[in-house]
Design a protein around this ligand. Structure first.
Ligand SMILES: [Zn+2]
Length: 274
């Protein structure tokens, strides 16, 4: 990994360390679309910020701002919740974006941070148990997306210890017809592979078709015809068939549509009113 060094202004960090490096702390910048180079430049030219980090990471690059051998001010507080301090840690800031009114860390930035943290873990012999969020040190909401959704933090930690081509199953939330559901996903080379077994949670029917000897999936909006229509729907069907002469197959086709029963009732109501 090629990491340029743009030294922070001398007033923003402490030269040297009073303890050995034992922890790695992950932060986010709470900005919208910032870059590693932009942050490093800002901390370099702006004195007396009372803050600093060793590394800034964005989607396509990493910039170092404070030498590992110097102390950055990234997790100081009056109350601590673990053994991590500025003196014994390396601080990494992930650049962030705001999407739909919420902070996000893009997958590319997370992947780059995984690479950087893995490199530092190996360099300083730091186990994954001493890689933490700023939140774990001081309870500050940082990185906010990983405090709001701790699963993202768990997924990140898994990626720190997995072997190079080992596949890790992650839980991801996706929208199906506007409804949220959690599925198990393996990500490989930037592509998501959804576990077939997690599809029924989204309303899919997954069976083994014995006749054709193949797994068969049925999407929610094409769900198999359910004959038990309630009384209102039965009456509506009768009306449609009598007044409009609709065939059974046509009714079945209508009812296979996700909102078919509602449609059948609305049509019958419209006919009755006219
Ligand atoms: Zn932080």
């Amino acid at each position: 990994m090629n990491i340029p060094f743009v030294q922070a202004h001398s007033s923003n960090y402490q030269k040297g360390r009073s303890a050995t490096i034992q922890w790695i702390v992950v932060h986010y910048t709470a900005n919208d679309g910032d870059t590693d180079a932009g942050n490093a430049s800002y901390f370099s030219r702006t004195p007396n910020l009372s803050a600093s980090a060793h590394y800034f990471v964005d989607e396509d690059s990493v910039t170092q701002s404070v030498r590992d051998t110097d102390t950055a001010w990234h997790c100081g507080a009056s109350t601590y919740y673990n053994g991590c301090r500025n003196a014994n840690s390396i601080g990494i800031e992930m650049c962030s974006d705001i999407f739909g009114g919420k902070y996000i860390i893009t997958e590319q930035t997370v992947a780059r941070t995984v690479d950087l943290v893995r490199m530092l873990m190996q360099k300083y012999g730091i186990p994954v148990s001493r890689v933490c969020r700023h939140y774990d040190v001081t309870h500050k909401e940082c990185p906010e997306p990983w405090v709001r959704n701790p699963q993202l933090w768990e997924d990140f930690k898994k990626r720190l210890t997995k072997k190079e081509d080992e596949e890790v199953v992650e839980k991801k939330t996706v929208l199906v017809d506007g409804k949220e559901y959690t599925c198990e996903v393996i990500e490989k080379d930037g592509q998501n592979f959804v576990k077939m077994r997690s599809l029924p949670q989204a309303g899919y029917t997954v069976v083994f078709d014995a006749a054709r000897q193949l797994p068969a999936m049925t999407a929610p909006q094409c769900r198999p015809f359910v004959p038990e229509a309630d009384e209102n729907v039965q009456n509506a069907i009768k009306t449609l068939q009598q007044v409009c002469g609709l065939e059974d197959q046509t009714i079945e086709y209508l009812r296979k549509y996700k909102y078919g029963d509602d449609l059948v009732k609305k049509l019958a109501k419209g006919i009755a009113a006219s």
